[in-house]
Design a protein around this ligand. Structure first.
Ligand code: ADP
Length: 163
């Protein structure tokens, strides 16, 4: 039996914190499907196709990692992908409340799907997509916190704002 987990998020943009979560997930599951949420309500910096592209480039060559775009219920995506688990990352206690609510709600929707939490490397505990967007918008250097492909898109975004 192939064990599949869905790792959902906005990935606006993907960071090395996310990458670390996926790599830990790869040790626990045979297949990790990254669900890139089509979350227009959140007013993302990058459109869903660009976010998906950055995720796919980051894991190019990793056969056990896939990325799909999704909207709607996470449990529906889990069914579609024949996943038995949802993978999430925890940074600090501040993540807990929201993650707890989401895991409990998803369990109510389908109690067969388990949510699994992993903690990223300590160096990434402070890394969030929001932080990357803000620092980069102010001209700060985030090279060591995001996959290489993301840097190009951050620069492009900066240029489009300056035009
Ligand atoms: P969303 O904001 O839509 O929940 P994110 O893309 O920000 O999605 O995050 C997806 C998941 O990855 C969440 O479970 C989040 O806690 C986790 N995560 C994000 N960054 C890190 C990090 N640096 N270390 C550990 N987990 C992280």
């Amino acid at each position: 039996m192939i064990r599949t987990a869905i790792y959902p998020g906005t990935f606006d943009p993907i960071t090395l914190g996310h990458v670390d979560v996926v790599r830990r997930g790869m040790k626990l599951f045979d297949r990790v499907v990254i669900g890139v949420a089509d979350n227009p309500g959140k007013g993302p910096m990058f459109d869903v196709e660009t976010r998906l592209h950055m995720v796919r480039e980051t894991f190019a060559g990793e056969e056990s990692v896939e990325a799909v775009r999704f909207s709607g219920l996470l449990v529906d995506l889990a069914h579609q992908q024949q996943a038995s688990a949802i993978l999430r990352g925890l940074r600090a206690a501040s993540d807990f409340e929201y993650e707890f609510q989401m895991a409990t709600m998803n369990r109510r929707l389908d109690e067969r799907i388990e949510t699994a939490f992993v903690m990223a490397r300590e160096d990434y505990t402070f890394v969030s997509s929001r932080f990357i967007r803000e620092i980069s918008a102010m001209g700060g250097d985030v090279r060591e916190l995001v996959p290489e492909v993301v840097m190009g898109f951050l620069h492009k975004h900066q240029e489009s704002l300056q035009r």
